[in-house]
Design a protein around this ligand. Sequence first.
Ligand SMILES: Cc1cc2nc3c(=O)[nH]c(=O)nc-3n(C[C@H](O)[C@H](O)[C@H](O)COP(=O)(O)OP(=O)(O)OC[C@H]3O[C@@H](n4cnc5c(N)ncnc54)[C@H](O)[C@@H]3O)c2cc1C
Length: 342
Amino acid sequence: MSTIHPPEHHFQGRPADHGGHGTAGAGPDVVVVGAGVIGLTTGVCLAESGWRVQLLTRSAPAGTTSAVASAMIGPSFGDPSDPETVRARVGIAEFTELAARGDTGVVLRRGRLAARGDASPLPGLTACAPADLPDGFAGGSWARLPLVDMPVYLDHLVGRLHAAGGRIVETEVRSLAELAEYTPRIVHCAGLGARELVGDPQLRPVRGQQVVVENPGLDEFFISAPFEPDWTAYWPHPGHVVLGGSQDDGGTTEPDPVLADRIRARCIAVEPRLATARVLAHQVGLRPVRSAVRLEVEMIGGARCVHNYGHGGTGVTTSWGSAREAVALLVDDPVGQPSISR
Ligand SMILES: Cc1cc2nc3c(=O)[nH]c(=O)nc-3n(C[C@H](O)[C@H](O)[C@H](O)COP(=O)(O)OP(=O)(O)OC[C@H]3O[C@@H](n4cnc5c(N)ncnc54)[C@H](O)[C@@H]3O)c2cc1C
C-alpha cells in the first residue's frame, strides 16, 4: 500500500494545513477531493472507521455550496427501491439522531408543506386544517423534519474528522490522473468542480438564492410544494430565518436584488412577522444538478477512484447515505486494506 503524501507541486497554490492529528509521519490511505457536505461526510465515515484520510479542497468548508444550503432534510415519499429514496431515508434517520445531541446545528422543527393546487395530504403526514393554511393555499400537511444550520453543522463535521485523525488541506486538484500517481484510493466529491476534473457534460449549475433575516420568534417552518421555479419557504434557526426559494439556470453567485424582494414579499404574505425582521445576508448557491448522482468506481491508473458527486438540491439530505455507499465501494478494494485497524 502506498503511503506517499501528494507533493505540493501537483497543486495550485500553497496548501494550508487545517489541523487534524494522528497521521504524523504517514501518508493518507485515502484522498478525498472536496470539503463540502459530501466530501466531509465521506471523510468522517472513513476516518471514524480507521482509515487515514486527507481531504483536498479548493475552498474552505465555509466557502462551499454546502454552506449556503437551507437545509431541510426530507421528506421522502419516493419508491423505496430507488437509491435516492434509500439515501434520503438514511439521512432523515441520521439527522434526527444528530438533532437529539444539541450541539450539531441540527434541530427538529414542526412545519407545514402547503399546496396551491393539488391539495391531497402527503402520505404518512397529518393533513392541515383549513384554518392552518395561508390565503391562496388549497391544502397541506404537517411534518416534523430536521433543519440544519449549515455553517454550524459543517464545523461539527470538521471537528469529527479532526478527532478521528483526518486532515484538510486547502489546495486545487488539477487532475485526478496526477493525484492517482501518489495515492491508491481517491473519493471524488468535487460537486460542480467535477465539470472540470472529469469533464462530465451531464453536470450543470442550478442557481438558488435566499435571504437570511433575524428570527422574530418563529419556530415552525413553511414550504410550498410541489416546487415551482420560485416557491415560498422559510426555515427558522435559533438566531435567524432562511427565506427561499428559487431555482434558475445560470452561473452567477451575485445576489439579484429584485429576486430578493420577491422572496421576502412571498414569505411575508405567509408570515407577517417577517415584515420587520432585519436582513442579515443575501446568499446564492449553485446546486450541482445531474440526471442521477454519480456513485461508482473507476480505476484511474493504479488507483481506485470512487466518484460521489452530482447531488443537486438534496445533497445534505442524501449525504450520509451517499457517504456510506462510497465507503462500501472503496472497501471492496483490490489495492489492499488500510494499515490500521478498522
Ligand atoms: C440555495 C440552496 C438551498 C439548498 N437547500 C437544500 C436543502 O434544503 N436540503 C438539501 O438536502 N440540499 C439542499 N441544497 C443542495 C446542497 O447544498 C447540495 O446538494 C450540496 O451542498 C452538494 O454538496 P457537495 O459537497 O457535492 O458540493 P460543494 O458543497 O460545492 O463542495 C464541493 C467541494 O469540492 C471542492 N472542489 C471542487 N473542485 C475542486 C478541485 N479541482 N480541487 C479541489 N477541490 C475542489 C470545493 O472547493 C468544495 O470543497 C441546497 C442548495 C442550494 C444552492
